[in-house]
Design a protein around this ligand. Structure first.
Ligand SMILES: C[S@@+](CC[C@H](N)C(=O)[O-])C[C@H]1O[C@@H](n2cnc3c(N)ncnc32)[C@H](O)[C@@H]1O
Length: 292
């Protein structure tokens, strides 16, 4: 270590980082991990880093990067390593108790907001997010709809703690409620919009999943039994029939293989104007329906 306490050139560490991960991840992904870690720790962009080729890590930074490298070798998701992620242009704290928000869910938010823009007034909406996890849906909607009153439910106390920290971090007020939706006979209020990205991955689909998701993301957030894959949709649709206001909307993120079945379920429960929408990967991913 030299007198200023700097211990290693970043460019040198980068070579080591790439070499160590080269058998485990594609190069573009390793580059993106490195950029994220640099931005998170040094608060500089990759362009700034490229412009300062002699920049060095101090002892603390080097130890953080070595730890991160070891965690990446174990396939721990980068978002859990740095403890945060970006969703809909906002920063969210994440940890092993919450699902890492996905780009598909950002598309669901965009769809809800676009549909609301089509309406002329901006009424005081009441919105409920069921299975809020990190709070990403509830918080993004609350920030983009400042007149709305937003409620969010989850069965997991620890997920709700993270969601609360995210509401604070993003400066919004949400009514968080700990509740097992499958056992619930009622909802805390009447709503104009109910939205949910519930657990929907069947056990049989486990084999299609990446190790980092399977081993580190909460199974409570992901999986449902093969025999009853629509259990959450069925229950939430029943509650929504009773607790959505007239002309209220129910939005779901869905299992890509069960688009038709989920639409039929909603039809059977009496929902109207059922729309199935694909995501950027061109698979069935979300549904909007109307309660008359
Ligand atoms: C797929 S995750 C969605 C998380 C977040 N809304 C998102 O879109 O990233 C499903 C969430 O439902 C919650 N959950 C699972 N079972 C539940 C139940 N019976 N009642 C309420 N919430 C439940 C999980 O804890 C998890 O946070």
């Amino acid at each position: 270590m030299d007198v200023k306490g700097f211990v290693m050139r970043i460019s040198e560490f980068k070579k080591h980082f790439f070499l160590e991960l080269s058998m485990l991840y594609p190069e573009t992904e390793i580059q993106s991990f490195f950029n994220l870690l640099i931005e998170y720790t040094l608060k500089i962009s990759r362009i700034d880093l490229a412009l300062q080729p002699n920049l060095e890590f101090n002892k603390t930074e080097l130890s953080f990067f070595n730890n991160a490298l070891n965690n990446l070798k174990e396939h721990i998701p980068i978002q859990y390593i740095i403890g945060e992620t970006e969703f809909y242009g906002l920063k969210f704290n994440v940890n092993k108790n919450v699902l890492i928000p996905r780009p598909e869910t950002e598309e669901l938010i965009r769809w809800i907001l676009d549909n609301l823009k089509l309406k002329t007034q901006n009424p005081k909406l009441k919105i409920l997010d069921i299975g809020t996890g990190s709070g990403c849906i509830a918080i993004s909607l609350a920030l983009n709809l400042p007149n709305a009153e937003v409620f969010a439910i989850d069965i997991s106390k620890k997920a709700l703690e993270t969601a609360k920290s995210n509401a604070k971090r993003n400066g919004v007020s949400i009514n968080f409620i700990e509740l097992d939706i499958l056992k619930s006979k009622s909802l805390p209020d009447y709503f104009d919009i109910i939205v949910s990205n519930p657990p929907y991955v069947r056990e049989v689909e486990k084999k299609e999943m990446q190790q980092n998701v399977l081993n580190f993301e909460p199974h409570l957030a992901l999986f449902v039994k093969n025999e009853n894959p629509l259990i959450f949709f069925d229950k939430i649709a029943d509650l929504a029939q009773n607790y959505l206001n007239k002309n209220g909307h129910l939005y779901f993120e869905i299992n890509q293989y069960l688009g038709k079945e989920t639409c039929e379920l909603l039809e059977k429960k009496g929902f109207k104007n059922i729309e199935l929408k694909k995501d950027i990967y061109n698979v069935d991913r979300m549904i909007k329906s109307l309660k008359l």
